[in-house]
Write a protein that binds this ligand. Sequence first.
Ligand code: ADP
Ligand code: NI
Length: 231
Amino acid sequence: MPSSALSSEQLIAQTADFVRAKFLGEGSGHDWEHIRRVWLTSRALAATVPAADQMVTELAALLHDVADWKFHAGDEEAGPRAARAWLHGLHAEESVIQRVETIIREISFKGLGVPTPMSTPEGEVVQDADRLDAIGAIGVARAFAYGGHKGRPLHDSSVAPVVHDSFESYKKNTAPTINHFYEKLLHLRERLHTPAARQLAQERHQFLETFLAQFLREWEGEDLAQLQAPA
Ligand code: ADP
Ligand code: NI
């Protein structure tokens, strides 16, 4: 088995350049800046998980959304395939390619009723980092960027949130963006793997709760009650 001609630093740097060029300016919240944050967070989390290999973690973080099913007609294998093709082109070791491919295959949220265990410590780190970027202030911004990109209403109180118990039903979902908070975002905190991610999630989760309470208060005009009628 020929070993990689590139050092791990070169593999990571070339992969970062490739992904940056591909995703710069993307408008649905899956842009290069999302990937950059997931990469940085993954690096920080991996430093707290001795079993996580730094190179595999960084490559998987950089490539985790390279061909997301959400933008490839629901094709779940598009991501693993694109990551394999890229790393193969750099002559990365087959074992590294396989580990990255597995992480990308396992990482996505697939519906509240569908468990998404990660089979490796690197996968746990990258899934945690990806999920941390879906909560907090950035998570709120990304949810509405995605909803706008898909032409969804902000909110409709007549459409009840759904617990999707298959990936197929989750994929077909076209509900208003506020429903996504109840169908996914508010549950991510409980589904993190690493203690460091759980620590970071506390204030990000609290921000989601605060945002939702204020959004619904304004939506229903509850704050209007503070106005005094003229005497
Ligand atoms: P995952 O693969 O776990 O879905 P991604 O990195 O692809 O993770 O990020 C998903 C992002 O897209 C999140 O920020 C999430 O809020 C947003 N998103 C996905 N589906 C919806 C939806 N139906 N409504 C609003 N935002 C969504
Ligand atoms: Ni992502």
